[in-house]
Design a protein around this ligand. Structure first.
Ligand code: ZN
Length: 182
């Protein structure tokens, strides 16, 4: 028998929620010790879904899990450098802001310029329970803030004017409807 083609849906692949969805608007709760077995199973599946999409970050609420957990891999120069963040917190933001175009796997094909603090300092725990602090600017800074927003039920369009946000959400709804009919 022929191997399954790349284009066929992989039943093992975690589906990524598309906005609007209740979980995407929910504030996720912190991961506790009792969650760790589940988290250890979930993280590789989140990476698989993120790479497949493809994307550079994915937060647990995007796969319908309301826990404070996200995975990131900027894949700079196509080199994989994955890390998972458990209970990430923004410790400090810079006074200067930066604007860059963002997209989101939960709002496929929708992009807009988003302004955020240019640099951040973030603390998180890894899968081994080790604490890390990262100082980031540029794409990583935006990505960290974007993913941590997801844990608070905030999407990048929530940083835009109501006019722009509604335009993107309407366009997304229209495209999703067309996709469902296709
Ligand atoms: Zn996103």
């Amino acid at each position: 028998m022929q191997a399954m083609s790349e284009t066929e849906a992989d039943p093992a692949l975690l589906p990524i929620l598309i906005a609007p969805h209740k979980t995407l608007k929910t504030k996720a709760r912190p991961v506790v010790d009792a969650d760790m077995d589940r988290v250890r199973v979930l993280v590789p599946r989140m990476f698989a879904a993120m790479y497949k999409a493809p994307g550079i970050g994915l937060a647990a609420p995007q796969v319908d899990v309301a826990l404070r957990l996200a995975v990131i891999d900027l894949q700079t120069n196509e080199v994989r450098k994955p890390f998972a963040m458990i209970n990430p917190e923004i410790l400090r933001v810079s006074e200067d802001w930066a604007t860059r175009e963002e997209g989101c796997l939960s709002l496929p094909n929708q992009y807009a310029d988003v302004s955020r603090p240019a640099a951040v300092r973030v603390r998180y725990m890894d899968l081994d329970g080790k604490r890390h602090e990262v100082e980031a600017e540029g794409l990583l800074s935006a990505c960290l803030q974007h993913e941590i927003d997801h844990l608070d039920g905030v999407l990048f369009v929530d940083h835009l004017s109501a006019l722009k946000r509604n335009m993107l959400l309407r366009r997304l709804a229209k495209e999703q409807k067309q996709k469902a009919l296709a």
